[in-house]
Write a protein that binds this ligand. Structure first.
Ligand code: MG
Length: 433
């Protein structure tokens, strides 16, 4: 007797504007579909696929029935895209697990097409059951890439298999013995792009409630970037078929599942490569595949460009601020004035009353008092008289002294007297020194 309980969560993420993922939870069937295709194509493909899957599995609830249900879902999505030119090229990933009864025993049947994933959490360890049907994963299998390189490879989102992009599809099928305490994690690539299996294991080992665990995993993927739609289904085996046996998934897979790239009957199927987001009719031509790769490269360049533009922006803002500060400083220090302080004419550098955070700085005490200059100038000198340089300020003071002396005794003058007009530029506003 096997009992399952489950929980799920889905989120649009932080970059996409719509959520094209779908989660399925019924008492015995659980699935994640990640739709793709322009406009509404991805949502339509995912919805058609999970509805067809559930209906077909309901008619034949066995392992083979689950695999055939995926094939039937493929036909439904493919036919719909052929009948609706706007939806040409739509498709979806699909991974599902179902509780079935075969040969007198409960069995978990698990299927996959695409790069959504199913994991098994058994005795504290997370094991990936499914194999991604992506170009990067094919390159790992052929030895061209390591797993670490594939995880960040620009072609990791180019799928080699998906539902609805061709009239037929090869389905990977596993049969696994249910063991009490095991958890199964089904998820879209929005989760696996952001979290590694160790991070998933931390949540699965510490959060009992499957709904809460699913929510926390989705939240963690958002925190790590949320670059895609994120969907998680967690299925717990509450009561297992045979608690004494703990089969290894890989062995079960080797016994029951066709190898990737083969059809159910074991015949070889050439992988169909097509880009996840392209909206043209499928299967794609060689030219379409090349264009898809070019687009991936453009996207990668765009990400670098954004970083460069951000840096450039910061530099420009810094340059503008520095330029403004320099202009303020220049405006302030390029000005002088003469003003009476403690009855003495003093030459200052700066603006009368100060400018912004700059206060006038004393340059020279002339030793000339208000008694040494003509009385009509004293009021202006109390307020401050601007000059363009220290030399000009000294000449101005000198001329005032000469003017006063000539008024008192014109005959004693030995140097020509400069006639100084009353100062025009004065101010009485602002702070004093
Ligand atoms: Mg996705």
């Amino acid at each position: 007797m096997t009992l399952l309980r489950s929980g799920s969560a889905t989120d649009t993420g932080l970059v996409r504007s719509v959520n094209q993922d779908l989660a399925v939870e019924t008492p015995t069937l659980f699935a994640v579909a990640d739709g793709m295709g322009g406009h509404a194509g991805g949502e339509v493909a995912a919805r058609l696929a999970v509805d067809a899957l559930a209906a077909a599995f309901g008619r034949q609830p066995t392992g083979a029935g689950l695999s055939e249900a995926v094939t039937e879902a493929n036909t439904v999505v493919w036919q719909h895209s052929q009948d609706n030119p706007d939806l040409r090229g739509m498709g979806t990933t699909l991974t599902a697990v179902a509780l079935v009864h075969e040969n007198g025993k409960d069995v978990l049947a698990l299927v996959n097409v695409g790069d959504s994933r199913s994991y098994r959490f058994h005795e504290g360890a997370v094991t990936q059951i499914t194999t991604d049907h992506s170009l990067a994963e094919e390159m790992v299998r052929s030895g061209e890439l390591t797993s670490a390189e594939a995880a960040v490879h620009p072609h990791r989102h180019i799928l080699t298999r998906a539902l609805g992009v061709s009239s037929d599809v090869a389905v990977d099928l596993w049969r696994i013995q249910p063991v009490r305490g095991d958890r199964y994690l089904l998820c879209s690539d929005g989760l696996t792009n952001e979290l590694d299996s160790a991070q998933m294991g931390e949540v699965l080992s510490s959060v009992n409630d499957p709904e809460r665990a699913a929510e926390l995993l989705v939240q963690a993927a958002r925190t790590h970037g949320g670059s895609d739609n994120i969907t998680v289904v967690v299925v717990d085996v509450v009561v297992g078929e045979d608690d004494d046996a703990a089969p290894v998934v890989a062995a079960v897979n080797a016994d029951f599942a066709p190898m990737p790239g083969t059809a159910d009957d074991g015949s070889a199927v050439a992988p169909e490569v097509y880009p996840e987001s392209v909206a043209e009719a499928a299967p794609p031509s060689r030219g379409e595949r090349r264009r898809a790769k070019r687009r991936e490269r453009r996207i990668a360049r765009g990400r670098r460009l954004i970083t460069f533009r951000t840096l450039l922006f910061i530099i420009l803002v810094g340059a503008v601020v520095a330029g403004a500060l320099y202009a303020v400083r220049w405006y302030d220090t390029n000005s002088y004035f003469v003003r009476v302080t403690n009855n003495e004419l003093v030459i200052y550098q700066g603006r009368i009353g100060g400018f912004l955070w700059y206060h006038p700085v004393e340059v020279d005490r002339t030793g000339v008092t208000t008694a040494d200059v003509p009385a009509p100038y004293v009021d202006a000198l109390n307020a401050g008289v601007e000059e363009t340089s220290p030399a000009a300020a000294r000449a101005y003071v000198s001329n005032l002294v000469n003017d006063k002396a000539s008024q008192q005794n014109p005959a004693t003058l030995t140097t020509p007297t400069t006639v100084i007009p009353p100062p025009v530029t004065t101010t009485t506003k602002g702070k004093g020194t």
